[in-house]
Write a protein that binds this ligand. Sequence first.
Ligand code: FAD
Ligand code: NAI
Length: 461
Amino acid sequence: MSDTYDLVIIGGGPGGYNCAIRAGQLGLKVACVETRKTLGGTCLNVGCIPSKALLHATEMYEAAEKDFAGLGIDATVKLNLPNMMASKDKTVGQLTQGIAYLFKKNKVDHIEGFGKIIDAGTVDVDGKKIKTKNIVIATGSEVATLPGIDIDEERIVSSTGALELSKVPGKMIVIGGGVIGLELGSVWRRLGAEVTVVEYLDHILPGMDAEVQKVALRTFKKQKMKFKLGHKVTGVEKMKSKLKVSIEPSKGGDVDTMDADVVLVCIGRRPFTQGLGLEAAGVSMDKRGFIETNHFKTNVSGIWAVGDCTTGPMLAHKAEEEAVAVAESIAGKVGHVNYDVIPGVVYTKPEVAIVGKTEDELKAAGIPYKSGKFSFIANSRAKANHETDGFVKILAHAETDEILGAHMIGPMVGEMIQEMCVAMEFRASSEDIARTCHAHPTLSEAVRQAAMGVEGWTMQS
Ligand code: FAD
Ligand code: NAI
């Protein structure tokens, strides 16, 4: 292993490993430094993948328990939590090993250890100095904490602990009605926990389309998830067997207490740059600790940054887009990310999927728009599958008809949103979608019908 590299990447998550592989493909001499034993970062080890594995398994469990009989399938269902966890761990293991294989295939050196920037040409890994022409910081994020509420990953857990519980809690209190709260809250509710989500705002899923927020809340309530909106948790006291959770209205008022077996803290994540030597190297960060970049370049020549440690949505595919673009930029190509077309998906049942602007954002920006909406209740495939909750909404420019946003809640919308991403990437009009033949009967016909609705010729009563 040579000590002089074209590129050293610090962090082996989606930002780091995609950058390393692309740089390897482009012929750069590249190394990726990662503290974890396995590659893949938060996403593969303790984020996207284990959470989706548990969401899938618990969705199957709940379907077998509650829905099979209605389809004429009589089954006796019994939860085997250790096996469910083992299945999740197996998936994680296979995927992290897959990254290690891709590193070898693309001649990327994987250096295990903690990376610290000495200067723009030197990275220290546990005392060993590595020389490089470029550094990409891809150190990701960590869970944001609440003062006085100490995460022990057993009874007071972050998402990491919530992916590893050894038994189903009787009562779980989830602090934060965002993506993690709803996904992991759904996992444990499906397995039998009484889940109460305490959310500071008066709605869940902040930043999303207001109608999506309302339908999501109504549907999760129907599934017996409880909500305390407009409230905050002010303390968690550890009793012998229970947790005593203090809750008060966000705007102030009387304190209430609730019992819980497990409290899940998921109030957002913050950039992780601890011990990286950024101050000494002179790399600028904003007030919230995000590394400031311009086309992935930091203010220090030769030091670049991508992914969760920079501003923008904290999503694996955003990190991946930036990772490829920064590798291409370093290799002398034109790396590019279209930040207007970064989808977001919440993998609950029903799923939530969004891309582009919301109605509120268009109104605030003074952009004239038309909208078309189609409910799954009138979609034949959704009817056949007994999954009729939700809708597809498409927003298009009032004059040019260019698609500006799509907002969906319903079955498989996490897959269906990709059609809208491709359309937006090609700057398609709603009429382009409305006049594209979609197979019947498919859930995707709801997308076409919503597009038809923009011009007022949807076929829904
Ligand atoms: P990370 O994946 O956090 O990787 C950074 C890596 O850098 C880590 O492995 C860390 O160990 C390493 N590191 C840090 N400092 C150093 C150092 N000094 N030296 C060496 N190594 C270092 N996003 C989605 O798009 N879809 C999802 O479904 C989804 N689900 C999620 C579920 C959960 C429970 C969580 C917590 C997150 C989820 N996310 C999801 C978000 C996603 O995981 C992140 O956006 C993504 O991992 C960011 O990639 P990254 O490479 O920037 O950082
Ligand atoms: P989030 O930002 O999605 O939600 C946090 C929620 O907590 C917000 O609704 C906020 O109003 C609320 N909140 C903040 N302070 C509070 C307080 N004191 N009391 C009560 N509520 C409070 O963050 P979350 O769910 O922790 O997820 C972190 C990141 O991980 C997100 O940025 C997300 O992008 C990413 N992620 C993505 C997933 C996906 O793409 N499917 C899945 C899981 C995580």
